[in-house]
Write a protein that binds this ligand. Structure first.
Ligand code: AQP
Length: 332
């Protein structure tokens, strides 16, 4: 059976980008067709300036929202990365296979390092090695497919390269994974700055729709989305990025196609109104289920405990095999 693994970082409140680019597909497709593992990758949240209490809170919230978005613990394994030691154990071995040059070429590293410096902080070494830990997350489960938004495909490519290199040097140990992205909304852009991704830890709050935004807040954010001075609704990502972003969001929420939808609208106002309502409708059941789950925190904890147990069971023999293959003496 195909094995699928993917994760989400508790670096901020989850966004519509996270949902349309990744979470929704995990719940609607992946958990039904594959042996799927989903992870709140909390160690990754420590790669940038963080507040410990906030990371803990956001980790719990991310797990709750993943369940609210439809992940079913009977169909998939949901757990927290730091509950399974194998991720960190394998990460070190992969650091011994990756190169400094590979890390410095990563686009996300360059962007995030620049942002940390702009905010007056220093750049943590773990931000540079982040893609190696992500490779460990993936390879520890002999993952076949990694369903992610577009922004993560370069990191999955690195995981592939490391798997191939390790296998070639030390004998076949890892499955070589591949990234899969959704057909629409693989990169949802910031509503106030359509040249930038809608990212949960970005500063431009009014351009980001959070999964727990009240309906009126969603409407206000979408109605104020930056478009351009044109009047005709056309789908062109290059010259009309703001309008293209709205069309993609609407298409992803209503099951349509952005190019066809462009032909339906005669004004930006009408497009925004329908997009806002479509987003509100998509978020409504997630928010409802989230409220129910918040009333039963013991349930979420139980799911995570059982998820970590199952995850360890899969990862431990794989990581032990990697320790042997690379030349480390077994503990006996
Ligand atoms: N704007 C987006 N459009 C489509 N997919 C997106 N994803 C994130 N933003 C968008 C996808 O969501 C999954 C989980 O993301 P992550 O937690 O690993 O963080 P990220 O990719 O670095 O994105 P964020 O939300 O912007 O976090 P910060 O601001 O902390 O960097 C991934 O599959 C991602 O592709």
């Amino acid at each position: 059976m195909t094995r699928v693994f993917s994760g989400i970082k508790p670096t901020g409140h989850l966004t519509l980008g996270n949902y349309l680019g990744a979470m929704r597909r995990w719940a609607e497709v992946d958990q039904h067709r594959a042996d799927a593992l989903f992870c709140v990758v909390d160690l990754h949240a420590l790669t940038v300036h963080h507040d410990p209490a906030r990371v803990r809170r956001l980790s719990r919230q991310a797990a709750t929202l993943l369940l609210a978005s439809g992940l079913d613990p009977e169909r998939c394994t949901l757990f927290v990365q730091s509950h399974v030691d194998e991720h960190a154990r394998l990460s070190y071995l992969l650091e011994c296979v990756a190169t400094d040059g590979e890390m410095r070429r990563m686009i996300q590293y360059k962007e995030k390092a620049a942002r940390e410096q702009r905010r007056g902080g220093s750049v943590r070494l773990s931000l540079l090695t982040y893609p190696v830990l992500m490779a460990a997350d993936i390879l520890a489960y002999r993952t076949d497919e990694v369903p992610v938004g577009d922004d993560q495909t370069q990191h999955v490519e690195l995981a592939r390269d490391l798997a191939v290199r390790f296998n070639h040097r030390y004998g076949h140990t890892f499955t070589v994974p591949r990234a899969t992205s959704p057909a629409v909304a693989a990169r949802v852009m910031n509503l106030q700055d359509p040249a930038s991704k809608m990212g949960k830890s970005e500063d431009v709050g009014p351009g980001i729709v959070y999964l727990l935004d009240e309906p009126d807040v969603v409407r206000r954010k979408v109605m104020r989305a930056v478009t351009d001075s044109g009047r005709e609704v056309v789908y062109d990502r290059e010259s009309r990025p703001g309008v293209a972003n709205l069309l993609e969001i609407l298409a992803a929420c209503s099951g349509g196609n952005p190019e066809e939808l462009a032909g339906v609208y005669e004004s930006y106002g009408a497009l925004k109104k329908d997009t806002a309502e479509a987003v509100v409708e998509v978020l409504r059941p997630v928010q409802q289920r989230h409220r129910e789950l918040c009333a039963d925190p013991g349930y979420v904890e139980g799911v995570l405990r059982e998820g970590a147990r199952r995850a360890r069971e899969i990862a431990r023999p794989v990581v032990d095999a990697a320790y042997r293959a690379i030349g480390l003496l077994p503990a006996g």
